[in-house]
Design a protein around this ligand. Structure first.
Ligand SMILES: [Fe+2]
Ligand SMILES: [Fe+2]
Length: 360
């Protein structure tokens, strides 16, 4: 009965850890939580997660519990039990470090900690050992058991999944960042040919927009959407170029706005990104970046707060950029700022204009 009770408690602890995992997306905080729970799961004084560097030359402490953690975070491991487990992929229980020649004591000599017993299991990702999960000193000088080893192995599998997911997310983010750079190059090449933007236009709009965003304390996903929405606000001109012949000299008729922008590009652009999961949050910003605060803009004639906040922010940045392009080099920045100021309440949100004028 006692064993049944213990295994129920172990299971509950493991479930608690797994529940914790689903509440956070940040890999460092997830691993920190797993590691903190790991020591209590096997009744150990301390525990740590060690991972290989890219070349597998050493192990470093990805997460460590206890007061020695700050020292461990700067410590690289190339010998001892953790190193052996990482090299062989075989889990180990060391009941007494004093009588085991494989124990190196290198880390103890750096931290002043006294390691008496060790439980160490490999963290395996897609058949490859990427690190180890280690527990030090079972409390009350008892010995780590085979049950502890099984629990730790289960936890090591969870850690591998967390790291795998983090790498997938990293790869996706890397792809999006590079894809956005390629898109921006293409937009600017077309924009320059059309005579509606100068080189670096998209990045400057993104920079100004995110500066305003920071002043408004926009953060997380909303901040990413603002950044991508601002960088890609004119992406519609790529498709536009395919759909119709765009002349170098613009006639300012119904199809073009006062700056010579083809009026359909916000809708085309929003449609282009809305099915890309990581960029879909930028779609409303792209669609509405030419709406005017007084409702006279396009494509939907939205007014005031009906226009998404980030689209209103991009409009301020866009206005400044376009005014800069159309001003003489001498005093261009001041002239462009006055242009933005004049447009408060009509084209632009007055609150955002104020923030822009103070921030820039
Ligand atoms: Fe633009
Ligand atoms: Fe535009």
């Amino acid at each position: 009965m006692g064993n049944k009770k213990n295994s129920d408690e172990d299971l509950q602890k493991l479930l608690d850890i797994t529940t914790d995992l689903s509440t956070s997306l940040d890999v460092d905080s997830i691993l920190y939580k797993i590691n903190t729970s790991a020591s209590s799961l096997v009744f150990a004084e301390e525990s740590s997660i060690l991972l290989f560097d890219d070349e597998k030359l050493y192990l470093y402490f990805k997460a460590a519990s206890g007061e020695k953690a700050p020292i461990l975070q700067k410590t690289l491991v190339t010998d001892g039990i953790a190193w052996l487990v990482a090299q062989t992929g075989e889990p180990m229980i060391i009941p007494d470090t004093n009588s085991d020649a494989r124990f190196s004591g290198t880390v103890d000599s750096m931290t002043g900690f006294k390691t008496k017993s060790i439980l160490c299991v490999p963290i395996v990702l897609e058949g490859e050992v990427i690190g180890v999960l280690e527990a030090i000193n079972r409390i009350e000088n008892s010995t780590f058991t085979e049950v502890d080893l099984k629990l730790f192995s289960t936890l090591a599998t969870q850690i591998a999944i967390v790291i795998k997911n983090a790498r997938i997310i990293e790869d996706q983010q890397n792809f999006v960042i590079n894809a956005v750079e390629i898109f921006v190059k293409a937009i600017e090449s077309i924009g320059i040919i059309m005579g509606i933007m100068s080189s670096g236009h998209c990045w400057r709009v993104a920079e100004i927009a995110t500066t305003i965003g920071q002043n408004l304390e926009i953060s997380g996903k909303d901040f990413d959407d603002l950044y991508y929405g601002a960088a890609l606000h004119d992406i519609g001109i790529l498709e536009q170029q395919k759909n119709e012949y765009v002349q170098l000299e613009f006639s300012y008729n119904d199809n073009y706005d006062a700056w010579g922008n083809v009026k359909s590009h916000p809708v085309i652009g929003a449609n282009m990104v809305e099915n890309i999961a990581l960029l879909s949050g930028a779609a409303p910003i792209i669609r509405h970046h030419h709406e005017n605060y007084d409702g006279t803009g396009y494509p939907d004639g939205l007014k005031g707060d009906e226009i998404p906040l980030s689209a209103r922010i991009v409009a301020v940045a866009e206005m400044y950029e376009n005014a800069l392009l159309n001003s003489q080099p001498v005093g261009a920045r001041e002239i462009a700022k006055r242009e933005v100021e004049k447009s408060a309440n009509t084209i632009l949100d007055p609150l955002l204009v104020n923030i822009f004028l103070t921030a820039l």
